[in-house]
Ligand binder design. Sequence first.
Ligand SMILES: Nc1ncnc2c1ncn2[C@@H]1O[C@H](COP(=O)(O)OP(=O)(O)OP(=O)(O)O)[C@@H](O)[C@H]1O
Ligand SMILES: [Mg+2]
Length: 500
Amino acid sequence: MAKVMLIDDEVTMLQMVAELLRSEGHEVHPFSNFTAASEALATVQPEIVITDLYLEKSRAQGLELVQKARELTPPALVIVVTGFGSVETAVEAMRKGAFDYLEKPFKLEELKLTIQRALSYSTAVSENAILKKELKKKYHFDQIVGTSQAMHDVFRMVERVANTESTVLILGESGTGKELIARALHFNSRRQFAPFVPINCSALPENLLESELFGHRKGSFTGAVNDKVGLFQEADSGTMFLDEIGTMPALLQSRLLRVLQEKEVRRVGDNAAVYVNVRIIAATNEKLDERIRRGTFREDLFYRLNVITIRLPSLRERREDIPLLALHFLRTRPDPATGKPFHISKRTMSILCKHEWPGNVRELENAIERACALCEGDTIQVADLPPIFRTYTSDESEETIPNESGPVGKAITNGHSNPQSVQLGNNAPTGAARAPVSNGVQVNGNGSHQAVAALKNFIRDQEVAYINRAMAQSGGDKEKAAEILDISLATLYRKLADEA
Ligand SMILES: Nc1ncnc2c1ncn2[C@@H]1O[C@H](COP(=O)(O)OP(=O)(O)OP(=O)(O)O)[C@@H](O)[C@H]1O
Ligand SMILES: [Mg+2]
């Protein structure tokens, strides 16, 4: 059964449909206006949204809601209800990603069937999504936190270049998220189902790195006891992430240049070259221009790699992201005793914001991890942080900033920004932990059979009204009226007889 958000400005209709859906076992969240519904979307995270499109006479708002519901992760399936004869609106809604539409007046069976179809569709999609989710786990944009302008610029760049073939060079201090961005690029490209192969160029001596990257033939050097396929071949159709590219030895730099130019690799001890289709993403925390000046990095390789540059800001250049990141890391490490994320005191948070963070996000992640391990209550205190933090002072109180499960300040969802901000002082609640907004109509449970009967009556009345209108329009010509109503003449006769 599904979590359904229901939006209609006709409160009786809203109540009746809500009751009907509850009697079918769904969890229903009814709202009588778009603003409230729209604000609550992220909190409620509905699977299905059923919305009237003529609400408050504002079609545009309704269409906007359709779009917003589609941008949730996972996206909600939207069923729009349109007024009689407003096929155009329905079409527009479908274009915005609505799953289906119902024209008023609709039959109960129709609504139930549409919901059922939506549910089986969403099961099929989510089964597929679960398979992909493991893969994407850490690299989906949702996991990349940041609402600072600098990070927005990064995200915009990632969106623009992810699904291209361009070579990308990622620059940034240690711990700024270079690998995370490299993975986001790969897992948001059409290469996502092919391998992402990372290699740290500084971790291996020159000869080992060479055979790792290019492979070798058995016997080509002492110790080459078997043929070995290189990482470039393993990454075929996928992405190779060359981390710490600045430290790559000169010989390998020229071999890499050849791969980039000719798209061929040659194993050590092999004359034959093999074609490979690999996208290269490289990263470094060094100043490559200095290396070029010193002659330890090839300028021509630099230009080959530097087609697109993404520079990641240090954490101290974007301090406004610190609280968001801290909450994010707290949420990913819930208290094992309660399963709930730790809260953090305002004072602790303000001290986190004062630190210089030479190790950037990685250092912050480690500090939070340590604090979670040491925390004795449910709220992280300054004493839980590494010793250096005790040297900072803060005027902030020991008051708790509540932290709740769920995503923190999503960076990007399907290409759209959805920033949340966290403020200190003024008792401002954290963006992420804001209390659920629900000024929607609360429908109290009263006998569902009663509700179903009332709904049937309601729909019948609507139908009678439409038939009468069609009859008036056709000047009493039943054939014409049946045409307007898009029903058979026999059906019209039956309905008129029922009416009488
Ligand atoms: N914007 C972010 N949102 C959430 N987590 C982040 C963010 N940036 C970095 N991290 C996390 O911080 C840690 C360090 O990131 P990553 O390994 O990508 O950095 P790096 O720049 O490659 O570091 P190094 O230069 O030390 O290799 C990882 O656990 C990563 O998930
Ligand atoms: Mg790294």
